[in-house]
Design a protein around this ligand. Structure first.
Ligand SMILES: [Ca+2]
Ligand SMILES: [Ca+2]
Length: 388
């Protein structure tokens, strides 16, 4: 299917289909497991003004000199154009606008299974997927009149990706995501599966709360959405990809772990990896950062607001996101930002491995393709961040 046809198919049914490559909320998954119809998705049509910027970004501000913490790279602060008006962009990436961020340290790769294991062994932390969903929370985030799910489905679990047998409507993510009791970061495909041999792969099935807890333990924090995009661009100005302008896979060279073939049933894995890849398997971007495109989605600190950029006016300095999430497709569920796409993204479907691409997901959701990385401010004092 062509990119335009796929987009049209997704848009005409609902944006939920596209969203789902990134995220099917944990609570909704419980309902889907019951055969209950998904939440109604409101029709979504926003017209965004397009802002053109004639001015080039100034040279990056100088960052405080110092030794990088182990496993981290310096991202010098500076101004950049956040978002894009490119044809490939989804509405929530528009309009492009100027943003300035202070310099910061960032993990050079996604947090790995081995790193997350050290955190769990040191703290005894139990992840969201290892705890039963909370009935009260489910009901609070369900449309009025929704019946309660029976107790037997309220068990620990997570969402596991299963390729379909053949073509399916791209608007129905329940075709390829399954609520799987017993799936969690230790058992990525459910009971009986393990992370043996995958210590250097990104940890998955982690919720936003899990990522926050790890970051706090590590003396770090989750990146703001603006920091994440600035870092992903690797010093390039308004380029479509973290590596520049070359389409992914041009000349048979893959720059990221994404999906080749027809989603969600034909995974050619011509980049060498049908699911997660060991971190650092592909070339780093201009800041020495691996997998800022693809491999696994990465949680950011911010709430997700679909129309955020249209509200911004003038230069935004260290934006820390809106005070609350706002997504017409998920009126009952608050969402945090995820960035970078995953091994499930391809151009036919969502192409959300581009640095400007955004996505929202309920913070208690873990999935086969969601992980995170951390940042650290250059000084111990918290950076001056402004809520949008
Ligand atoms: Ca791949
Ligand atoms: Ca990634």
């Amino acid at each position: 299917m062509s990119q335009k046809r796929a987009r049209k198919a997704v848009d005409s049914a609902s944006r939920e289909g596209a969203a789902t490559v990134a995220a099917g909320p944990r609570k909704k998954a419980v309902w889907n497991a019951l055969g209950v119809a998904g939440l109604a998705v409101a029709a979504f049509a926003l017209t965004f003004g397009i802002t053109k910027f004639g001015k080039k970004a100034p040279a990056a501000a100088s960052a405080r000199a110092g030794q990088a913490p182990p496993g981290m790279r310096l991202v010098p602060g500076g101004e950049f154009v956040m978002g894009t008006d490119a044809e490939s962009a989804w509405p929530d990436e528009r309009p492009p606008h100027r943003v300035r961020v202070d310099g910061f340290w960032i993990d050079e790769h996604e947090v790995t299974v081995a790193e997350f294991r050290r955190f769990v062994e040191a703290t005894g932390y139990v992840t969201t997927a290892e705890r039963a969903p909370d009935l009260k929370e489910i009901m609070a985030q369900s449309p009025p009149g929704t019946p309660e799910p029976p107790p037997e489905v309220l068990v620990p679990g997570s969402l596991v990706f299963h390729p379909t047998e053949g073509p399916v409507p791209l608007s129905d993510y329940s075709q390829w995501w399954r609520w799987t009791p017993g799936a969690n970061w230790r058992h990525p495909n459910g009971p009986g599966s393990s992370t043996d041999g995958k210590e250097n792969h990104p940890v998955v099935h982690v919720s936003w709360y899990d990522a926050q807890a790890y970051a706090q333990w590590a003396g770090k924090r989750l990146p703001t959405e603006a920091e994440w995009e600035f870092a992903a661009r690797g010093g390039l100005e308004s380029k479509p990809y973290a590596w520049g302008e070359t389409p992914p896979g041009a000349g048979g060279k893959w720059q990221a772990n994404i999906w080749q073939g027809q989603f969600p049933y034909q995974n050619n894995a011509s980049d060498g990896f049908p699911t997660t890849a060991p971190v650092g398997s592909f070339a780093p971007n201009g800041y020495g950062l691996y997998d800022m495109a693809g491999n696994v989605w990465e949680w950011c600190a911010d709430w997700y607001e679909r129309g955020l950029y249209a509200r911004r006016d003038g230069l935004c300095v260290n934006p820390a996101g809106p005070a609350k999430s706002d997504d017409p497709n998920q009126p009952y569920t608050p969402e945090r930002v995820q960035r970078g796409g995953s091994f499930l993204c391809n151009d036919d479907y969502c192409s959300r491995y581009r640095p400007s691409a955004r996505h929202g997901c309920s913070p208690d959701t873990g999935m086969s393709h969601v992980g995170f990385r951390c940042v650290k401010s250059l000084s111990d004092s918290k950076p001056a961040q402004a809520t949008d």
